[in-house]
Design a protein around this ligand. Structure first.
Ligand SMILES: *Cc1c(COP(=O)(O)O)cnc(C)c1O
Length: 424
């Protein structure tokens, strides 16, 4: 069946034909593609078209598609059984890698998605502090948990949904939202709500309003102000964990949060999330402590095996410098192509994540991200797709470079991108 035929069936059976909103390609106003195969940095759709892939399943695939070591590890685990519902050795192996790699994490609890990780981290922070308010940043996305879906980025930003029906005002009111990178706004929130703020949650490098790095000193400011007010600092490293360095953004910037949320790369393409921190904090979780959180399939052996193979590979290869070099080449070359064509743009990149914004403004918060010409982005997306380059189908997302994007692939992608820009 073709892309069109499969999607037509999907429309009858799934809301909007999808299981996650941005997959419907609405923001770029085009027919969604259906992917049937991925290998290395390439994917193929149901019509047989090949694409160089910078969507990378929204971040997990730092080793590219069907990485042989990961596939091998999964096959081996599958042969022993899909799920036990009791402790298995892979959980301990993955926990040991996480604790070894992420500086602030001494103890970790595995869950099944990034959303579950942030939701549980918030509950833990509220349980420990016995406070109710959560402070988050405009344009930061932390999954679709009620308390965190207020002024969120990613799909919510793509569709311009201010919040969403289904979240009672009483719950939304417990979330304080301030602009990313604004110390002043955080300071005044603490002046007003002071000792009722359980935690501050932040993407240390924002990826869900497009890539927006923290201003110099912003993260250490957050570290200090939370400590001074007895609030916990949560780093949502679901994207940045294992991507910006072995130890994520916290290693890169040298800041230890109280709780770290992980996901995406952690599962190597399987559904895994986690939250972790110092022992005194994590010991508050049941069965050791009073804060309840559980999961039938949590620590699933097949998913854990994929995670173990992925993290082990990252530790062995230490690919971070090469990833950054390739990302730099890609973004600087695209900048040149756009300049030659006289198109206003800003390209933000940190490590192997990047976003092309169509604006003259410096993009440093959600307000400036929104100044991007999203109509032009939609044209750009379609032109790239036609030439065989897949990027996220929304302005407010990150492109991901993987270790499977070799120099030749980046050059080939740039040739295709040059053609696409010519047609803009
Ligand atoms: C993707 C993402 C989440 C949510 O993870 P899911 O696995 O989609 O639930 C949370 N936080 C950040 C920063 C993310 O990018």
């Amino acid at each position: 069946m073709s892309n069109r035929e499969i999607y037509k069936e999907a429309l009858k059976l799934l809301p909007g034909g999808v299981n996650s909103p941005v997959r419907a390609f609405k923001a770029v106003d085009c027919q969604p593609i259906v992917l049937v195969k991925g290998k290395g940095c390439r994917v193929w759709d149901a019509d047989g078209n090949e694409y160089i892939d910078f969507l990378a399943s929204w971040g997990p695939l730092i080793l590219g598609h069907s990485s042989p070591v990961v596939i091998e590890a999964v096959k081996k685990a599958v042969e022993r059984g899909l799920s036990f519902g009791l402790t298995n050795p892979y959980e301990v192996q993955l926990a040991s890698l996480v604790v070894d790699m992420i500086p602030s994490v001494e103890v970790v609890r595995f869950v099944n998605s990034g959303t579950e990780a942030t939701m549980s981290a918030i509950r833990l922070a509220r349980g420990i502090t016995r406070r109710k308010y959560v402070l988050k940043f405009e344009g930061c996305y932390h999954g679709h948990y009620d308390s965190l879906l207020v002024s969120a980025g990613s799909g919510v930003a793509t569709f311009g949904i201010p919040g969403t029906p289904g979240i009672p005002e009483e719950i939304a009111n417990l979330t304080i939202v301030v602009p990313f990178n604004s110390e002043e706004a955080v300071r005044s929130a603490f002046e007003k709500y002071g000792n009722d703020i359980a935690c501050v949650i932040v993407e240390p490098v924002a990826g869900n309003m497009g890539v927006v790095p923290p201003k110099e000193g912003f993260l250490s400011f957050l570290r200090d102000i939370t400590k001074n007010h007895g609030s916990l600092l949560i780093f949502d490293e679901v994207i940045t964990g294992f991507r910006l360095s072995e130890g994520g953004a916290q290693e890169l910037f040298g800041i230890d949060p109280d709780i770290t949320c992980l996901g995406k790369i952690l599962g190597g393409g399987m559904p895994v999330g986690a939250y972790g921190g110092r022992r005194e904090i994590m010991s508050q979780i049941a069965p050791e402590g009073p804060v309840y959180q559980a999961g039938t399939l949590s620590g699933n052996p097949v998913a854990m095996a994929a995670g173990v193979a992925t993290l082990q590979q990252l530790k062995d290869q230490n690919p971070y410098r090469e990833l950054e070099t390739n990302t730099k080449t890609l973004s600087e070359s695209i900048a040149t192509l756009l300049s030659d064509k006289g198109i206003a743009h800003r390209i933000n990149y940190v490590g192997s994540m990047m976003t092309v914004f169509f604006t003259e403004k410096k993009v440093e918060d959600f307000e400036s991200a929104k100044s991007s010409d999203t109509k032009l982005f939609a044209k750009f997306f379609k032109a790239l797709l036609k030439e065989g380059v897949l990027i996220p189908p929304s302005q407010f997302e990150a492109w991901f470079v993987s270790t499977a994007h070799k120099k030749e692939d980046i050059s080939q992608a740039l040739e295709r991108i040059e053609k696409a820009i010519r047609d803009l």
